[in-house]
Design a protein around this ligand. Structure first.
Ligand code: AMP
Ligand code: AMP
Length: 234
């Protein structure tokens, strides 16, 4: 083989390797927000973070890389563990917009670490870009305001389609809505899934829909109740 051909092959291999490293090996993101009062308003209850009760707002659950086949990957890089020092400038926003409600009370680190290691490591983003992208998507979606604009405010029961359409109208894209049950077994709005492109900067229409248990025709949009925090014994 001539020298020229050899150089060309080498160049091609290098280019292919850099393509593999930089390209996102997934098709889109699910951006999942959670209505904090609904996380707490269950038989299991919740524990407020050590910084106190979060705002009555949606909190981020996660930003999950997905395939259009309906599959996804998890825990892609065990070496790339969560490192809070890489997101120190984002902690204030994280505490407000990505609150941990699991028991026992914590500062959020366990939840953020879990989301980074399970889902974030399967993206092509570094830790700072990953968390910042999720925070920016929350700001962009502005779900609480969007619902209020549609006349939907906490503490009442609504028609499922009205809620879904208000989000579609306000965000511009169709959401997937998941529900859970309060202690009296009423269905309540729990999570809103929106889809984003692989840059995690723009919402897109979801290429596939994640199926859950259907919510039913009417859903509660609860407020934090005075006994929402159940301090479950662990
Ligand atoms: P669920 O059963 O929907 O509450 O999901 C439980 C956990 O499984 C979630 O918190 C995710 O970490 C994971 N999971 C469920 N569906 C997906 C999905 N489409 N993509 C990535 N992770 C998922
Ligand atoms: P994934 O598996 O990625 O979503 O995450 C599921 C895990 O995250 C479960 O162990 C849940 O209990 C936990 N989780 C979901 N929402 C919250 C939250 N708001 N605060 C703390 N942990 C949460």
């Amino acid at each position: 083989m001539g020298f020229k051909a050899w150089v060309l092959i080498k160049l091609f291999v290098l280019q292919f390797l850099s393509f593999l490293c930089s390209s996102a090996d997934f098709d889109f993101f699910y951006f999942v927000e959670q209505w904090s009062p609904s996380y707490c308003d269950t038989k299991q209850g919740c524990c407020y973070p050590i910084t106190g009760r979060p705002n009555e707002d949606f909190g981020i659950h996660g930003l999950w890389p997905e395939y259009t086949t309906g599959e996804w990957r998890e825990f892609c890089d065990r070496e790339n563990s969560f490192n809070a020092s890489q997101i120190s400038d984002l902690i204030g926003r994280m505490q407000k917009d990505w609150p941990s409600l699991a028991c026992p009370s914590g500062d959020g680190t366990i939840f953020w670490r879990h989301e980074w290691e399970k889902h974030g490591t399967c993206t092509s983003l570094d830790q700072h870009s990953y968390f910042e992208a999720a925070l920016d998507l929350k700001k962009k979606a502005n779900l609480l305001q969007v619902l209020e604009n549609g006349g939907i405010t906490p503490g009442k029961i609504y028609n499922f389609t009205t809620v879904k359409e208000a989000i579609q109208e306000g965000v511009g894209y169709r959401p997937v809505i998941k529900c859970n049950k309060d202690p009296a077994n009423n269905t309540q709005l729990y999570e809103v899934y929106l889809c984003a492109d692989t840059s995690a900067k723009n919402f897109i229409e979801c290429p596939v829909f994640s199926h859950g248990i259907p919510c039913g025709s009417s859903i509660e949009f609860p407020s934090f109740s005075s006994d929402s925090e159940l301090h479950v014994a662990i």
